[in-house]
Design a protein around this ligand. Structure first.
Ligand code: GDG
Length: 493
């Protein structure tokens, strides 16, 4: 069976698997079911000559990761710079926040080239390579230059803004050409697919073929919609668990839950402001509700992220100052990462899930909230129309996050919704979340990628024992390290 080689900017520690972030959660869930390995950055920064960097492998059970550090310059220009101060804002249609600085793009390409050079020798002939997200757009082009013929797919977790926004990127033609090196591009929604095709047509005269594929220069590729799902079992309650939770948790105050990385695309100021407006317009709800907003820190060195942190602290402070009482704090704002094991119980004990991004590729929190609810007495999901998830979760209370009144009315509807309506909506929503789960996402993407690769190659993938041996050596070394660390740990007890 073909191995799956996942490539993403950041590789999570399988031992911890605590990272807040939709991409790591999605990849982690996929690799938990499929043989292969995960290649990318280990999260470390090493002040060294980039030519001295080399990948290291580690294994937890059957899972293998191959990772390497970034240099301080890579971190600044490739990660914070081009990835998060150019591509992230532009693809989220926030040209006003984009910083087109000289040098960012060169560093972006240099890191992709280095990663490709380190990855190529590990690829076996039957491997299928699946690259993730905006940090690694040029990865396939670099791998092809090194002679890798295997199927290479790309999945973009973030939304694709309108073509006009993407065309503003000075290197938009290079980006379009790099996309042409993939066999399959997976996006979250049909509207993303339309926007990307539009961009390829305008940037490099891409041609939509009668087959539905698109021609970019001399390459032909597939572009399709594969909405990311969650592993709903992670959020389900086993026998007795729900009862045990109900016994330890009882409160007269209805919790409204928000869980979002502290990112300007997540619409947090609008959420806080509308919550304040709700308390003002519906004073009967004061002392009866609380907004618990978890906002784990992310990309703190990027200016736009520092600004939003300050804005939120001030908004939470002023709402709590205005409406709070000695024994009631209206907003519980927690700027920390919570352990993943606690998420399910927090969702379950929250009367409302409030998810109001201004633009979001999918939004897994919305799906996790639904998967955690009690079917007999479910809470209500309020969801932004501009989250990719809204296309699937149309039975949530959908709101326009730019319109504070709409969120205020959403809150009122959610808090006043009768039990039978809550149950009816939940039943439909949970069915979709379970059917379109992470398993379905990776299965459908993987098989489409294999098909697209085979079509290009016109044959099954050829074998070269040379490349296989390199990875085998890494795997053996990694397993040996694990055994040694286990032995050391045992000796210490
Ligand atoms: C990108 C796209 C797309 C959050 N806080 C904590 C925590 N989380 C977990 C959530 C969820 C994940 O992180 C967040 O996923 P989202 O989908 O909501 O958002 P992004 O991180 O922006 O993800 C997004 C996604 O990729 C997948 O394709 O949906 O549109 O932007 O799983 O539960 N987890 C823990 N502590 C926290 O404090 N443990």
């Amino acid at each position: 069976m073909a191995r799956l080689v996942m490539v993403s900017n950041r590789v999570v520690d399988f031992n911890a698997a605590q990272q807040a972030g939709g991409v790591s959660v999605a990849i982690y869930n996929t690799l938990a079911r499929q043989s292969g390995f995960w290649f990318g950055w280990d999260g470390q920064i090493e002040d060294t000559d980039p030519s001295q960097l080399s990948p290291k492998s580690a294994a937890v059970g059957e899972h293998v990761t191959v990772t390497e550090p970034l240099t301080p310059a890579d971190y600044n220009d490739y990660y914070l710079g081009y990835s998060n101060s150019v591509l992230w804002p532009v693809f989220h249609n926030r040209l006003d926040l984009a910083q087109f600085e000289a040098g960012y793009y060169d560093s972006y390409v240099a890191v992709n080239t280095r990663f490709a050079r380190h990855l190529a020798p590990l690829i076996q002939p039957d491997d299928v390579i699946w690259v993730h997200d905006y940090h690694l757009l040029p990865m396939a082009l670099e791998l092809r230059r090194l002679g890798i013929e295997n199927p290479i797919g790309y999945f973009l977790h973030i939304p694709v803004g309108p073509a006009q926004a993407l065309l503003a990127i000075p290197e938009n033609k290079e980006i379009a050409r790099a996309l042409g090196a993939y066999d399959l591009i997976g996006l979250q929604t049909q509207s993303d697919v339309r926007n990307l095709i539009d961009f390829l047509q305008q940037s490099v005269s891409g041609r939509l073929l009668p087959s539905g594929r698109i021609r970019v220069f001399d390459a032909e590729l597939d572009i399709g919609c594969f909405s990311v799902g969650i592993d709903s079992h992670d959020f389900a309650f086993g026998p007795g668990e729900a009862e045990a939770l109900a016994e330890t948790f009882s409160s007269d105050i209805n919790r409204i839950i928000g869980i979002d990385r502290l990112d300007y695309t997540k619409g947090l100021p609008q959420k806080f402001k509308s919550y304040g407006k709700f308390l003002e317009e519906y004073p009967e709800y004061r002392r009866r509700i609380v907004l618990s907003q978890f906002a784990p820190p992310t990309r703190e060195s990027v200016e736009a992220y520092a600004d939003i942190k300050a804005e939120l602290e001030s908004l939470a402070g002023s709402i709590n100052g205005r409406f709070g009482e000695l024994d009631w704090v209206p907003i519980n704002y927690i700027h920390r990462t919570i352990p993943r094991s606690e998420l399910r119980d927090i969702y379950r004990t929250s009367r409302v899930g409030l998810v109001t991004p201004l633009m979001d590729g999918m939004n897994l929190v919305a799906k996790e909230y639904i998967a955690s609810q009690d079917p007999k007495n479910p809470g209500v999901l309020i969801l932004s129309k501009f989250a990719g998830a809204a296309a699937q979760l149309s039975d949530a209370v959908l709101v326009n996050p730019y319109d504070l009144n709409d969120i205020v009315q959403g809150l009122r509807i959610a808090l006043e919704m009768p039990l039978d309506e809550r149950r009816a909506r939940q039943e439909k929503l949970v069915k979709i979340v379970r059917a379109k789960d992470s398993n379905e996402w990776s299965r459908s993407y993987f098989s489409a990628l294999v098909k697209a690769g085979q079509r290009r190659l016109g044959r099954s993938f050829k074998s070269s024992p040379e490349m296989g041996r390199a990875l085998e050596r890494l795997q053996v070394a990694a397993k040996k390290n694990i055994r040694e660390s286990q032995l050391t740990a045992n000796a210490g007890t």
